[in-house]
Design a protein. Structure first.
Length: 596
């Protein structure tokens, strides 16, 4: 049989494999090996088929055969390493990945898995070097690594937490490429500088500036045209907190366009949002280039990104600079690290004046909290009984209804010390599934706390019902280094006091801004020790807690935090100021908005 026929059969086998026709692929791979017994790619193909069907031993044998036929076949070595990992032979797998990387310095997968293996074995510097090399060969590999890190956080898998944090901080400081999304780093880091460095690398690797579509301001003499960009115009926290702002926009001064690149739903908040815009552009199926072109075509004056580097982000739209002014707002609490972003909406709590060097945008300081709220948010009139949520009637309920990826060993240890000091208290948490539940209960047990004192919220509730069930809590306790944002707002709106600890980064200082705007600054703690002391004192003093609870119920909903119309006027003042500066030929600069 000629070489051309063997090649044709091999390529046909690959096509069948890609299409899921495994039987045909198996037949053709074997036919190739019958004619060319040392055909390494066909042997690897048989290994892939065995691996897909769960036959690890057979797969390993095929991969070893491929390597014996062609010792430089890096793909077979990487696949063999994956099988060995699955069988628990970690040390041997690492050797195989290292050999694959040595044999083929261009094999991104070899460096990626070598780095991942080194990370798991505590070789932090080696892991960073290998993963940095993988990212330089294939920047898209940051996605799987970021997803893996996020999974650890979400499941509260803390067995190797010190190494994990040290790896992320080392990578932020020394790697040339971005090894994960800066959002991953925000969940664990106390360093605004490290987050800024990772953001700049991430922007350069994944959202680098392109040829600008817009080189200057559009002609004035008409309404200022705003475009809000997100995938979250649906039943999502961003939609819930911004719906009231959109409704309060001055439609005589502004023309509003939604660039919605997420699938719409039939929720009430979606209907409210649609009614607030002059135009809703459903652009999910369009390319980033086409969406940027549409923004340019509509002569948008200010493009407002509500997404940042979070899930379903499409920052490459703004990398094309389709609007004269581009603003980061709400959905992502940090710098984009990119030259095409002009402003970032903040307040003096989340970005103090002495931290502006960590942000590539010019800062707009709102007079109260930067975070919007909706003073039309409904609260169900019927509050469920504690028994319906598995809460003991006589307990002091400390609610920490943050997503589990915000729970770090440090803050959890603080909570356990609080429970040890407050024997009548229980901790009420969001239920993120059986793995997270089991891990947190195990951690509580290991710290001498009865796991039964950890109670997980039952079922998903509509927003109005969810806010109503906050009333079952006595106190909402915040997370660090990434605070509660919309979840803390829900608690305050329901009249539940919130205790926070002021962090050192944007996401860790949001609670301080919310509580100041709500008129409750005494609930802001400067150290974790102060945070523990205050919560334990309140949990052990029911009369003091009742007074605080009554004050929060009476005061918070009437405070500056929930004056949505005033907030919107402040936001519009920011947009007008940046617009007028550009019309006057001035570059972006920091803006401080005065309270109405």
């Amino acid at each position: 049989m000629t070489g051309s026929i063997i090649t044709a059969r091999y390529e046909a086998a690959l096509s069948h494999l890609a299409a899921g026709r495994l039987g045909e692929a198996d037949r053709l791979f074997r036919a190739v090996l019958a004619e060319a017994p040392t055909h390494a790619p066909a042997a690897k193909g048989l290994g892939d088929l065995a691996f897909m069907s769960g036959q690890a031993e057979a797969a390993a044998a095929c991969y070893r055969a491929a390597i014996s036929f062609d010792p430089a076949h890096s793909g077979a070595r990487v696949s063999l390493g994956m099988v060995l990992r699955g069988q628990g032979f970690e040390a041997e797998a690492q050797e195989v990945f290292a050999q694959a990387a040595a044999d083929d310095p261009t094999c991104a997968a070899a460096f990626y898995w070598l780095g991942f293996s080194r990370l798991e074995h505590g070789d932090i510097d080696g892991a960073v070097a290998s993963l940095d090399r993988a990212a330089s060969l294939e920047p898209g590999l940051v996605g799987p690594l970021g997803a893996s890190l996020y999974g650890y956080f979400e499941r509260c898998e803390w067995g190797d937490w010190p190494n994990l944090v040290r790896f992320m901080e080392t990578a932020a400081a020394s790697a040339k490429r971005a090894l994960f999304s800066p959002m991953n780093l925000m969940l664990v880091s106390d360093s605004a500088e490290a987050i800024a460095k990772e953001s700049r690398k991430y922007a350069a690797d994944h959202c680098r500036a392109r040829t600008p579509l817009c080189s200057g301001p559009h002609p004035r003499g008409r309404k200022i045209r705003l475009a809000y960009l997100t995938s979250d115009f649906r039943n999502h926290p961003v939609a819930h907190v911004i719906a009231g702002v959109l409704e309060h926009h001055d439609r005589n001064a502004f023309e509003l366009t939604a660039m919605s690149f997420g699938a719409p739903d039939s929720s009430q908040v979606r209907r409210r949002i649609e009614a607030s815009f002059d135009a809703v552009c459903e652009v999910e199926a369009m390319s980033d280039e086409a969406i940027a072109g549409l923004i340019r075509e509509r002569q948008i004056d200010i493009a407002i990104c509500l997404k940042g580097y979070t899930g379903e982000c499409r920052t490459d739209i703004l990398a094309r600079k389709p609007a004269p002014l581009q603003v980061g707002y709400l959905g992502y609490p940090g710098t984009y690290g990119a030259p095409y972003m002009d402003y970032l909406i903040a307040d003096r709590h989340v970005i103090p004046a002495d931290q502006t060097r960590f942000y590539d945008e010019k800062i707009v300081w709102m007079p109260d909290s930067y975070h919007p709220t909706d003073d039309k948010a409904e609260i169900s009139s019927a509050t469920p009984g504690r028994a319906q949520q598995g809460l003991p009637d006589g307990a002091v309920v400390l609610m920490a209804y943050n997503r589990t990826q915000k729970i770090t060993p440090r803050i959890f240890a603080a909570w356990m010390r609080i429970l040890a000091r407050a024997p009548a208290a229980v901790l009420w948490l969001q239920d993120a599934g059986p793995e997270a539940r089991d891990n947190l209960r195990r951690e509580a047990q290991g710290r001498g706390v009865d796991p039964a004192r950890l109670i997980f919220a039952r079922g998903e509730a509509a927003l109005a019902d969810h806010i109503a069930r906050h009333r079952l809590a006595d106190l909402f306790i915040d997370t660090l280094p990434y605070n509660a944002h919309a979840t803390a707002i829900n608690a305050l709106w329901a009249g539940v006091p919130v205790v926070t600890c002021r962090g050192t980064t944007f996401p860790g200082r949001v609670g301080a801004g919310l509580l100041t705007a709500a008129g409750l600054p005494e609930l802001i703690c400067e150290t974790v020790t102060d945070y523990e002391d205050l919560i334990a004192q309140l949990a052990n003093d029911r009369s003091r807690l009742a007074v605080l609870r009554a004050r929060t119920e009476a005061q918070a909903p009437k405070s500056a935090l929930f004056q949505t119309a005033n907030y919107t006027r402040h936001l519009e003042a920011a947009f007008k100021t940046m617009y007028e500066r550009q019309q006057a030929g001035l570059s972006p600069d920091h803006i401080s908005i005065e309270a109405i």
